[in-house]
Design a protein around this ligand. Structure first.
Ligand code: GRF
Length: 215
């Protein structure tokens, strides 16, 4: 049974497109049940429509966070969803929103972040890393928990900041990595290769990736 995903996004949707393309190419064994977007006219809505995926626009403007979250959960309840995939979803989520996805102490919610977490959390990962003057940055795919950009890391990939880089060139290098890394991380979930562990020194949950798929 393919992994059943719902994508939450706020913007242009290039990661959503990369996931759709990986499914089409047969490198990701998943289906996208729906796309939910909190911003009217966002590019991701066109991408979903072109791919024939049900898309819901649920604007948050003027709504208290729990009210908006209840509307999103209501829309999601029409679908069978194994994992929520955050792909540029620029909203903080309350623990109440995450609760329906809680499973054995972790949440079936995945996010992609444009830095090597725990460095440069927040809304501007590429900009913050670039202006800090890092020599190496990267991309992180992680499980979501109650804190911002904090949950167990599934995959990370580093890339250099070249001396000649403009911010735009730096971002484009990162984005190309995002588009490979997100489908790859989701396929690890589809293959049941994630083991959930706890490190008593850091007192953090973390993910170990098994070498082989579990049937
Ligand atoms: C990506 O850089 C992602 O890492 C960040 O927001 C951006 C979304 O881009 N969280 P897109 O909408 O997927 O093109």
């Amino acid at each position: 049974m393919p992994l059943q995903l719902a994508i939450l996004a706020s913007g242009r949707g290039s990661n959503a497109k990369a996931i759709i393309d990986a499914i089409k190419a047969g490198t990701l064994d998943a289906t996208i049940q729906c796309v939910i977007c909190n911003v009217e006219n966002a590019g991701v809505l066109d991408i979903a429509q072109q791919a024939g995926i049900p898309a819901h626009c649920i604007p948050h403007a003027g709504l208290k966070r729990p009210v908006h979250e209840a509307q999103v959960l209501e829309a999601l309840s029409a679908y069978e969803v194994d994992y929520l995939v955050l792909a540029g979803y620029m909203r903080l989520m309350t623990p109440g929103f995450l609760l329906p996805f809680k499973d054995d102490g972790f949440y079936r919610v995945v996010n992609i972040h444009p830095s090597l977490l725990p460095a440069f959390p927040g809304a501007n990962g590429y900009e913050d890393a670039f202006h800090y003057g890092v020599k190496v940055s990267g991309v992180t795919v992680h499980l979501v928990d109650e804190a911002l950009d904090n949950g167990p890391i599934i995959l990370q990939e580093a890339f250099p900041r070249l001396e000649t880089d403009s911010l735009e060139a730096f971002k484009q290098r990162g984005l190309a990595i995002e588009h490979q890394l997100y489908p790859k991380a989701l396929q690890l979930i589809a293959d049941k290769r994630l083991c959930f562990r706890y490190d008593s020194v850091s007192e953090r949950a973390y993910v170990e990736v098994k070498t082989h798929a579990t049937t």
